[in-house]
Design a protein. Structure first.
Ligand code: BES
Ligand code: MN
Ligand code: ZN
Length: 414
């Protein structure tokens, strides 16, 4: 028995309650060898709250949907567990917020609308926020970010969200997130079967908003800054084109081979901006970056790539504890050597090979590595874990809310 088996069994109970149209229940919390009381209670709550979730906003007849909205916990140490209960409720609520926003229609969460949502959250949860508009982004010279944005009727926005939980410490982490509110592929248009879920291409940035909100509400002692480029990748008369060459914020030039490799372009500018202006000690980026990571790990594991194995190891430990698992792929020089263009400093998509898309997830990270000089960095490719094509365990079909528990664990324990 592990925390995960508790989450899964309680989820089975939730599904049965829904079947029998019951909306409240109580659990007599068991003693389980080798698992702390508070971790058992936490798992029971997570299995219940996350397992109860359904995305029903657009169902007109909600009467048939059973909301299991009351959970009783029977425990001989109930007073001692108060803090755990409150903490877990905050984490789960923020995961449900994350699922809702990722499941939402792309237009309803366009970059300008997302800015309003983020401002509201920042005010309520006491985060500092700065939102840069198109003019600011142009002035900074983030031309890769602008190139991706230029085909959309929605202008881009860059959010800087700041949580200072440890005023005594100088140590700072930056979280950089891919916020593509819809990825049509651009002129290299995606086909049927590949475009339907692309409203979820902002899951990385949204996970960071949910994480910062949680860190602040839990008063975790850490300083963490989110850098979130939001824009839309559209097919249009004004869209950027294969063959175009752009100068990035860093000064390096990029040849566009494929307009569907847009995530790495907006992240490139956001990463070098973060290193140059924010100057954090550590950077973690979260991005639904490649379909290739789904070929590698399916929807089960998040692929990570890093320039610091000690840093990656710590993230791995948190992943094991939360059952939000990550696995490191190598970022050897040989991969980076393949990121070569005849016309510019680098292409946005490299050697494909006879069978296509060779080392696709790693090549994405290899491209990104060109935009950082010396900051400790982990790239998390969440394309697989952030969205489930079918209901599985305590995850409803669609947005999973993956990553908040992992990151909150990481910042609480390191
Ligand atoms: N947003 C996609 C990656 C993706 C695929 C996320 C499936 C979730 C599910 C990304 O922008 C993309 O299109 N990547 C391309 C890169 C390629 C053109 C080098 C891919 O993976 O095919
Ligand atoms: Mn794409
Ligand atoms: Zn994308």
């Amino acid at each position: 028995v592990s925390q995960e088996t508790v989450r899964r069994s309680i989820n089975s109970v939730i599904k049965k309650l829904k079947y029998y149209k019951l909306n409240e229940f109580a659990v007599s919390c068991p003693d389980i060898k080798n698992i702390k009381d508070k971790d058992i209670v936490r798992a029971i709550m997570e299995g219940s709250i996350l397992g109860n979730y359904e995305f029903i906003k657009y169902k007109t007849d909600k009467s048939k949907i059973i909301d299991v909205n009351k959970l009783g916990l029977i425990h001989h140490k109930s007073l001692e567990l108060r803090e755990t209960i409150e903490r877990t409720k905050i984490i789960c609520d923020n995961i449900l917020w994350l699922r809702d926003i990722v499941n939402e229609n792309a237009d309803a969460k366009n970059p300008v609308e997302m800015a309003n949502i983020a401002r509201e959250i920042a005010k309520k949860s006491k985060l500092n926020i700065k939102i840069l508009d198109e003019k600011d982004i142009k002035k900074l010279g983030m031309n890769l970010f602008l190139a991706v944005s230029q085909g959309s009727r929605f202008p881009p926005r860059l959010f800087i969200l700041e949580y200072n939980g440890d005023k005594k410490s100088k140590e700072r982490y930056a979280l950089v997130g891919k916020g593509i509110t819809f990825d049509s592929g651009g002129l290299n248009l995606k086909g049927t079967g590949f475009m339907e879920t692309m409203k979820s291409d902002m899951a990385g940035a949204a996970t960071i908003i949910a994480t910062l909100k949680t860190l602040s509400e839990l008063k975790i002692k850490k300083n963490v800054i989110g850098v979130l480029p939001f824009c839309e990748n559209m097919i249009s008369q004004t869209a950027y084109k294969p063959g175009d060459i752009f100068k990035s914020y860093s000064g390096k030039t990029v040849e566009i081979i494929n307009t569907d490799a847009e995530g790495r372009l907006i992240l490139a500018d956001a990463l070098s901006y973060t290193e140059n202006v924010i100057k954090p000690d550590y950077i973690i980026d979260l991005a639904t970056l490649t379909g290739a990571i789904l070929k590698t790990f399916g929807e089960y594991v998040c692929g990570i790539m890093s320039n610091d194995s000690g840093f990656a190891k710590k993230l791995y430990e948190s992943g094991e504890e939360e059952f939000e698992r990550v696995w490191e792929l190598p970022l050897y020089e040989d991969f980076k050597d393949e990121v070569k263009s005849d016309f510019a400093d680098m292409p946005n998509s490299s050697y494909e090979g006879l069978y296509g898309g060779y080392a696709g997830a790693i090549m994405g990270a290899a491209f990104l590595s060109n935009f950082l000089e010396n900051t400790k960095w982990i790239h998390m490719d969440i394309a697989g874990v952030s969205w489930y094509e079918k209901q599985r365990n305590y995850m409803f079909r669609g947005a999973t809310g993956w990553g908040v528990r992992l990151l909150v664990n990481f910042f609480s324990n390191n």
